[in-house]
Design a protein around this ligand. Structure first.
Ligand code: ADP
Ligand code: ASP
Ligand code: MG
Length: 407
């Protein structure tokens, strides 16, 4: 007998019939003699709709009320799944974030879980009850409802698995595992049987939304046995494992993209110590995350150009923040562009092999795709390109690194 956490994403609980299908899968694990806790997302599209309601009433919203609204989608599906299980004769109840509780900090809209109290549900599970927990939500140090950032139900599931010392955490979604790149864009993407935590972390952090980044961090930290698999088939999925569990390491494990990027360029910035701190300090104070940064070497030693990226949602605020400091920074002109995407190649093989970045640049050049910004880490190379070339870039890189599946 094992203790299992099963998580079902938005498409998997997208309508009543699918929720009934989920109930059958849960029942099968329960009937096999396992103790089961289930984490559910909101029905697909619901969270977007709720966010739209909020922003149409208040574009610069109070994040505490935002959380009250957007956390509600998961409340609905948790109740519906508990009902569907009961209908199948399985004893089940829902546990809202505040009831367990799932304790988080008070960073509304992007809260971090600080601890989950599992005693109550462990006791019920031991007595043969299935626990259904809405993902994405918790209760903050301020006593109010919080949400964990988009895609946060993955993190709810992994954190619950860690708190319950579960034997497995299975993430059921609308693809049957983690692929070399988004299989919805590149039809030749290949499913990986295993991927390391480290690679998964990088892939997630540069845009592969199949797992929320934070969920991979939590799984890595607590040694949660994590698997991504399909809600709609019985195919084995992808296991996320430690590096020593992978026998033959591929040079490149994946390619990811993010369209959620925007670029700001400051022309004619004074070239002297302290300027970068003056630019990025106010942005940090405004909780704006800056991702890629490039600064040109100044020709005359007096002024230079600086380019950086932020998320599309933060672009307006970032531009306003920088403009407010224009006098101090003394730049000549500010340009912004949200028609950009970031494409990243990830692989632990980069540590030991040269020429991987070069292959990327050549493949993009062959297709006439201009690289606007480059950034690298030990196992990742990212480039910023015009958004309309995203799909072409993904497909070309997938072929260039020999990742295409055979027909
Ligand atoms: P859920 O609602 O189940 O949480 P998501 O939409 O958040 O599902 O994540 C699954 C989606 O992630 C897939 O439909 C796929 O389009 C996308 N995706 C992006 N990169 C990858 C990848 N490397 N492997 C698998 N899926 C990926
Ligand atoms: N429903 C939330 C979202 O759409 C959380 C999740 O699905 O993981 O972002
Ligand atoms: Mg998701």
């Amino acid at each position: 007998m094992a203790l299992i956490v099963m998580k079902f994403g938005g498409t998997s609980v997208g309508d009543v019939e699918r929720i009934q299908n989920v109930a059958k899968r849960v029942k099968a694990e329960f009937d096999a003699g396992n103790q089961v806790a289930v984490v559910v997302s909101a029905m697909s599209g619901v969270t977007n709709q709720l966010v739209d309601y909020v922003t149409s009433i208040a574009p610069l919203y109070d994040t505490r009320e935002y959380d009250v609204v957007v956390s509600s989608g998961e409340q609905v599906t948790s109740g519906l799944l508990a009902l569907a299980l009961q209908t199948l004769g399985v004893s089940a109840r829902s546990w809202q974030g505040w009831q367990l509780p799932v304790n988080t900090d008070s960073a509304h809209g992007k809260a971090r879980i600080v601890g989950i109290e599992g005693e109550k549900i462990l006791e019920r599970m031991a007595r043969g009850e299935v626990a259904v927990v809405p993902g994405f939500q918790g209760v903050g140090a301020d006593g109010r409802v919080t949400t964990l950032g988009r895609g946060g139900s993955d993190t709810s599931a992994v954190a619950l698995a860690a708190a319950l010392h579960a034997d497995r955490c299975d993430i059921y979604t609308d693809v049957d595992g983690v692929y070399t790149t988004d299989p919805r864009i590149v039809s030749k993407a290949r499913k990986l049987n295993k991927i390391t935590f480290e690679e998964m972390l990088e892939l997630a952090s540069v845009g592969a939304k199949v797992l929320q980044t934070r969920s991979v961090e939590v799984a890595m930290k607590h040694g949660v046995r994590l698997q991504v698999r399909s809600s709609f088939s019985d195919e084995p999925g992808t296991l996320v494992v430690n590096e020593d569990e992978i026998v033959e390491q591929e040079l490149i494990s994946g390619i990811a993209y993010s369209r959620d990027e925007a670029k700001i360029t400051l022309l004619g910035v004074a070239d002297h110590p302290g300027i970068a701190a003056k630019i990025f300090g106010p942005l940090a104070e405004a909780s704006i995350n800056v991702d890629m940064i490039v600064q040109n070497v100044s020709e005359d030693g007096k002024s230079t150009d600086l380019t950086f990226t932020v998320t599309k949602a933060d672009l307006t605020r970032a531009v306003e923040t920088v403009k407010k400091h224009m006098a101090e920074l003394g730049y000549r002109e500010l340009k912004s562009d949200s028609n950009v995407a970031k494409v990243s190649v990830i692989g632990v093989g980069m540590r030991s092999h040269a020429g991987i970045a070069q292959r990327m640049f050549q493949a993009l050049a062959d297709k006439g795709i201009n690289i606007q910004v480059i950034s690298t880490s030990e196992i990742k190379v990212s480039v910023l390109i015009a958004e309309e070339y995203t799909e072409l870039a993904l497909r070309s890189l997938h072929t260039a690194y020999g990742l295409d599946a055979e027909d």
